[in-house]
Design a binder for this molecule. Structure first.
Ligand code: MN
Length: 294
């Protein structure tokens, strides 16, 4: 056993999805958090929605979710199959496909829409995606909105030792290779494939909240039980070593970040620090201060 138990991050638990719902009419998702009541343990991450592979028949009317606001955090959309189009009130627009990531900073507030891309909708096909919300520290919640389209080709892909699999660095770094996403607080985000029967050892910053989400396959982390499709393995903050063992060919998302440790107040698409700030967010949205889609 190569695991150094003195630095291995202890496993807090393995979690199944909570609520399952349709976002708009285009994104059938299973929610891992907040529905497992893990706010402190996943901080700085706020929400994880998994849109597992689902076939959509051809249509001239792209499915998705129409104009809606966000304030106080970032939405990160990762597409595995299909194509998703985004448009927002800050004038940003983009289409992402397999391997691409959209990193949208709502900060002081935007209004946006998220739909299946028109040509993808017309042909029909499988959509497979994740949306992850990343919190902003209080000092950055009311800063200007931003938008990063991160294409597959921009994301370093590293072949793991001994042909164990492949790791793509979306944010943070792995073995000196930096991911393209700009973040407000230290965040590591990896798209990871591990082959059946193989083991991968990651070294992540001590003190970060770290979790591994299983999209497909079966995998264990630091001696946990094997987690299957749509299960989340969550580690405690202390320690730095994360040993992932794949029981089957596995598609995983590794999320790790410095906890922000500020009060969290939520109301739908708004995540602030206090109830008063949520009321202000609703009023500002209703007054049109977050803009409109042209
Ligand atoms: Mn949205």
């Amino acid at each position: 056993m190569a695991t150094d138990t003195t630095t291995a991050k202890p496993v807090l638990g393995v979690y199944q999805h909570g609520s399952a719902y349709m976002v708009g009419d285009g994104f059938p998702v299973r929610n891992l958090f907040p529905s497992n009541d893990l706010d402190r343990a996943v901080d700085p991450f706020l929400m994880l929605d998994y849109a597992g592979p689902q076939y959509f028949p051809p249509t001239e009317h792209p499915r998705g979710v129409g104009e809606h606001p966000h304030r106080g955090f970032e939405t990160v959309t990762i597409v595995y199959e299909g194509r998703v189009a985004h448009r927002d009130s800050a004038g940003n627009a983009g289409v992402i496909g397999p391997g691409d990531v959209q990193w949208m900073t709502a900060a002081s507030g935007i209004v946006h829409e998220e739909f299946h891309e028109r040509e993808f909708a017309r042909k029909g096909g499988v959509l497979h995606a994740i949306q992850l919300w990343v919190n902003l520290p209080k000092a950055s919640k009311m800063t200007a909105p931003g938008y990063q389209t991160i294409l597959n080709g921009d994301i370093p892909a590293i072949e793991l030792d001994g042909g164990a699999g492949r790791l793509r660095v979306i944010a943070g770094s792995y073995q000196g290779r930096k991911g393209p996403a700009r973040t407000f607080t230290p965040v590591e985000l990896y798209d990871l494939h591990v082959k059946a029967g193989r083991r991968v050892t990651l070294t992540l910053p001590d003190g970060q909240n770290t979790s591994v989400f299983v999209l497909q396959g079966r995998a264990a982390v630091n001696g946990s039980r094997q987690a299957g499709e749509a299960e989340l393995i969550l580690c405690k903050r202390n320690g730095s070593q994360v040993v992932i063992e794949a029981g089957e060919d596995s598609l995983l998302l590794v999320m790790s970040g410095d906890p922000i440790e500020e009060p969290i107040a939520r109301y739908g698409p708004f995540v602030m620090n206090t109830k008063a700030e949520l009321i202000e967010a609703v009023q500002d949205y209703q007054a049109g201060k977050m803009g409109h889609l042209s």
